[in-house]
Design a protein around this ligand. Structure first.
Ligand code: ADP
Ligand code: MG
Length: 242
């Protein structure tokens, strides 16, 4: 059974169709990259997965169970589907450590000592132990993104969803975060990641889905896509090469 099955998903904003009839299967251990021009609906699609956006119609099954119904426990769902945003979304008034422990205490119900132990374990995987008492303003963009990923993984999600995790970073930091995501790939963490970075995509992706104005136009390995006959996909790869 697929971990996530999206069927006939439609999202309209004020009468404008942003996602039309999306089908998508994510298997356990899959690393899927989602690409497409700005405004093509990538973030909206990701946000539907944990109901940050309510779809207009369609179905999303998580482990075979519908997540779009009225009686779904959205809090529970969001524990299962970890999100990392483009802008790091760390709490600026909390230390690195407290950014990670907050969700463990509030959502997982851990006591302070347990949450700290769990957070430090995750921060150690990301070489951030030495920075645990710093505030977000005192660490670099790449380090903030490491903390954001550590925070998401500390919750032991079934899927890690990353929306342009490297786009706010300079190339060196971007490579650093890409290497990190690549390492997670080796650990068989299920991921779906929006990126414009072809090099990054080549490193991590099993397949790349290409979204164009709310429609998945292709879903294939990146080498096939880069030679694709579809002019819209070709144009996208041409632009990326410049
Ligand atoms: P992408 O992530 O591919 O750049 P988005 O999913 O952010 O695209 O946006 C797709 C389209 O939906 C855009 O036209 C955007 O303006 C529109 N959109 C996104 N969020 C909202 C919203 N909350 N209200 C109205 N329109 C929105
Ligand atoms: Mg987006």
């Amino acid at each position: 059974m697929a971990l996530i099955q999206v069927r006939n998903l439609v999202k309209e904003f004020e009468g404008q169709t942003v996602l039309s009839d999306i089908h998508l299967d994510l298997q356990e251990g899959d690393v899927r990259v989602l690409m497409g021009a700005s405004g093509s609906g990538k973030s909206t699609l990701l946000r539907c997965l944990n109901r940050l956006v309510e779809p207009t119609s369609g179905s999303i099954l998580f482990r075979g169970k519908e997540i779009l119904g009225p009686d779904v426990d959205v809090r529970e769902l969001r524990k299962q589907i970890g999100f990392v945003f483009q802008q790091f979304a760390l709490y600026s008034h909390l230390t690195v450590l407290d950014n990670v422990t907050l969700g463990l205490q509030k959502l997982q119900g851990m006591n302070k000592a347990m949450a700290k132990e769990r957070a430090l374990l995750e921060l150690s995987h990301f070489d951030m132990i030495a920075h645990q008492d710093k505030y977000p303003s005192q660490i670099s963009g790449g380090q903030k993104q490491r903390v954001a990923i550590a925070r998401a993984l500390a919750m032991d999600p079934a899927v890690l969803v990353l929306d342009e995790p490297t786009s706010a970073l300079d190339p060196v930091m971007s490579r650093d975060v890409a290497d990190l995501v690549n390492r997670l790939h080796g650990e068989e963490i299920t991921m779906i990641c929006v990126t414009h970075d072809l090099h990054f995509a080549r490193n991590i992706a099993d397949t790349v889905m290409f979204l164009d104005r709310g429609v998945i136009r292709a879903d294939d390995c990146i080498d096939v896509l880069s030679q694709h006959s579809d002019p819209i996909i070709q144009a996208f790869f041409q632009n990326e090469k410049k």
